[in-house]
Design a protein around this ligand. Structure first.
Ligand SMILES: [Zn+2]
Length: 228
């Protein structure tokens, strides 16, 4: 059994609309990690584009079956903040999600650290406010279990990352089982380490019929493990 999660960060409007459409072609649900306050982006994020989606779009995509998860308030690096400020920023993010995203429950959420940068203290605290968190540490995880709280991920950039994703998938499938959580961003020219729309469509077409492989959003994979 292998699970593949493409964990798309940053909430680029154009890319997310296209990602959702491509996943729907194959009856799949995308894993989209977005910001609570994209209008207050930290300055260094402007490089990657300021046309981010809003909760109108996130509610629409969620209603179409996609998973919308928090990727922080405005993309600060939480490992560089004093602990109290980092916690406050995460709680502020979760409050906005609870207010603006239909049916959002923090205890079912996966918090996706910006830059995949966390600290041991934040990692110890986060399971008291969310279901799980995603940080750096390698793309291949054990299959999810009821007790799983820490997901680790990998990615490559700033240019096209398909070569790296291909390597990671090959590594996953060479093992008897596992869960690849791969951190993707935008499509085509958008975002850090993009993949092409045409590549994504071909990849999902192949994976959807591959034996013993499931393409799932992170929260669904965890949820299922909790019920197993
Ligand atoms: Zn990000």
């Amino acid at each position: 059994m292998h699970i593949i999660t493409l964990s798309f960060d940053d909430g680029f409007r154009k890319s997310n609309l296209k990602i959702a459409e491509i996943y729907e072609r194959f009856g799949l649900r995308a894993c989209l990690n977005v910001l609570a306050a994209p209008d207050q982006l930290v300055p260094e994020q402007h490089t990657w584009g300021t046309d981010r989606g809003d909760f109108g779009l996130w509610n629409e995509l969620q209603a179409r079956g996609h998973e919308i998860m928090p990727h922080s308030y405005h993309h600060a690096n939480h490992a560089e903040l004093p602990l109290d400020q980092a916690k406050e920023s995460i709680l502020r993010c979760l409050d906005v999600f609870a207010e603006k995203l239909a049916g959002f429950e923090p205890e079912k959420a996966v918090f996706n650290f910006p830059y995949n940068q966390s600290t041991p203290k934040l990692e110890a605290w986060l399971p008291t406010v969310v279901r799980a968190f995603r940080t750096s540490g390698g793309g291949i995880n054990p299959l999810p279990a009821a007790r799983t709280v820490k997901l680790t991920t990998t990615g490559a950039g700033p240019d096209n990352c398909e070569w790296h994703l291909n390597d990671e998938m090959e590594m996953l499938l060479s093992q008897p089982e596992g869960w690849l959580v791969y951190n993707t961003h935008g499509l085509d020219e958008e975002g850090w380490g993009p993949i092409r729309s045409s590549y994504l469509a071909k990849l999902l077409e192949r994976l959807v019929t591959a034996e013993g492989v499931e393409v799932l959003p992170a929260g669904v994979a965890l949820d299922r493990a909790g019920k197993a």
